[in-house]
Write a protein that binds this ligand. Sequence first.
Ligand code: SF4
Ligand code: SF4
Length: 480
Amino acid sequence: MDVRAQFAMVMNLEKCIGCHTCSVTCKNMWANRKGTEYMWWNNVETKPGTGFPGSWEDQEKYKGGWEKRADGLKLKLGGKTKLFTRIFYNPDQPSMKNYYEPWTYNYSHLINAPDSKTQPTARAVSQITGEYMEIENGPNWDDDLSGSSKYASNDPNLDDREKKLLKELESVFMFYLPRICNHCVNPACVAACPSGAIYKRGEDGIVLVDQEKCKSWRYCVSACPYKKVYFNWNTVKSEKCIFCYPRTENGESTICSKSCVGKIRNLGVILYDADAFAKAMDSEDNDLIEAFKQAILDPNDENNIKAAESSGINAEWLKAASNSPVYTYIKELEIALPLHPEFRTFPSVFYVPPLSPVMAAAEAHEEIPSDADLRIPVKYLSKLFSAGSESVIEGVLKRLLLIRKYMRAKGLDEKAKLDEITDNSLLTKEQIEKAHRLFTQAKPDERFVLPQTFRAEAGEPYENQGLTGLGIKGKKGLRK
Ligand code: SF4
Ligand code: SF4
C-alpha cells in the first residue's frame, strides 16, 4: 500500500444559488492581471449548457483526458512521441471564440463626452485590441438557460428526448455547476507537458505550473479535459487554479470556499492508496466510481494510519484526515461524486448531485421514480457524475431523499415514521443527523478542516514531473 494525502473539496449542488460570488472573489484575488482578462479559474455554469469554454466536455473536439486502450491508459491527445513530433502545431485547444473576447467599457466617455441632446453611453471596448466591439459571448453567456435553444440544447450530456423536453418551459430543468481545477490524482495536464513545467505536489496534491519552466506549448490546455488551464497571452505562460496555496498552506480555506454565499463548499484531506488508484484507472466505466471509492482509505483504520505514517504523513495531517468532511461525504454518506470520472484523471473535487426537482416526483412514487418522470433525469446526472452508471446516481438520490424525509418527519414529530425511515440499509440515524448538520448548520471549522502544509518535510516537488500525478515518492505511474 502506497498512501498519499490530498487536499479535496466537496460542493453541494443542492445549495448553489448561482450568484457567481466565488468566481468574482477568485478573479479579484488571482486573475486580475494583464493577460488574464478572459480567465476564470473558478466559474459557475448553468446545466444543461455548453459551459465555459464552450463545449468543454466534448473530447471528440478537444481530445482531453485519458483513454482506456487495449495496451493501457493513454492520453487521448496521443503519446509523448506524437506530441514532440507536432510540438509547433497544436490545434486541439479552444480559441478565443470558444472562451470570449474580454471587454471593458469606455467609462471615461460618461464624464468627458461633449454636450449633446442624448445621454452619453459607455460602449464596450475589447481588452485585446482596444477597439470598440459588439459583445457576442461571455463566461456565463447561457446563465439561467438564457438562449437555451442555442446553448443548452447543445449540451453533450443530453439525449434526444431531453433536448425535446427543453423546449417545453414547464419541463425545463436547470442547476448550477461551479468548477475549479480538480487537482486531479492522475492529471492529464501534468502528463502532457513536454517541458515538465506542471507538477503535482507530493505533500498536498495541489497541481501547479512552474512559470519559469513553462515553454508555452499549451499541451496542458489541450490535455486537461476540464479546460482548467489557461494561457496568459501577456506572459506567454500557462496558468491555473492554485487551490489558494498561500492560504491553504496555513490551514485557511480557499477564497472561493470562504466567500461562497450558499455555503456549498467543504474542504478536507483524503488519504488514498496510489497503488489501488493505478488499478482503478483501468476499470470499466460502470465500475469506476466503486474503484475510486475503494482507493480512498478510511483515515481511522489502524492499518491505514500505520501505512500513512510510514509514507511520511505527519500527525497533524492524519488528524485532519480523520475529521475530514470530504471523507464523510464521499465514503461515509456516499453522496458525493467526481465530475466526469470517465476522463480518468480522477478529480479531487466532488459534487453532491442536485435533488430538488426530484422531490415532488419522488414523494408521489415514494421512491426514486423512473427516468421519464424526473425533471433532472437520472441519465443526465449519470453522464455528468458516474460515467453513465445510473445505479450509482440512484443510490445517491435515495440517500438524499432519506435525509430529507427523516428531517421532515423529525420536524413534524412523526416518531413512528422516523423508525420506518431509518429502517434501511443506506444510512443510519446518526449518519442522517451528521449529513443534515453538514448541509445546514456546520460552522466554518467543521466545513473546512485543513492542516498546515508540511512543506519543510516535503521532498523535491519535481521528482516525477511529466510522468504522472500518482508518483511523488518514486513510484512508477500510469504513463509509460
Ligand atoms: S487535468 Fe486536472 S489537475 Fe490538470 S488542470 Fe485539468 S482539472 Fe486541473
Ligand atoms: S458563491 Fe457559492 S452559491 Fe454562489 S455561485 Fe459560487 S458556489 Fe454557488
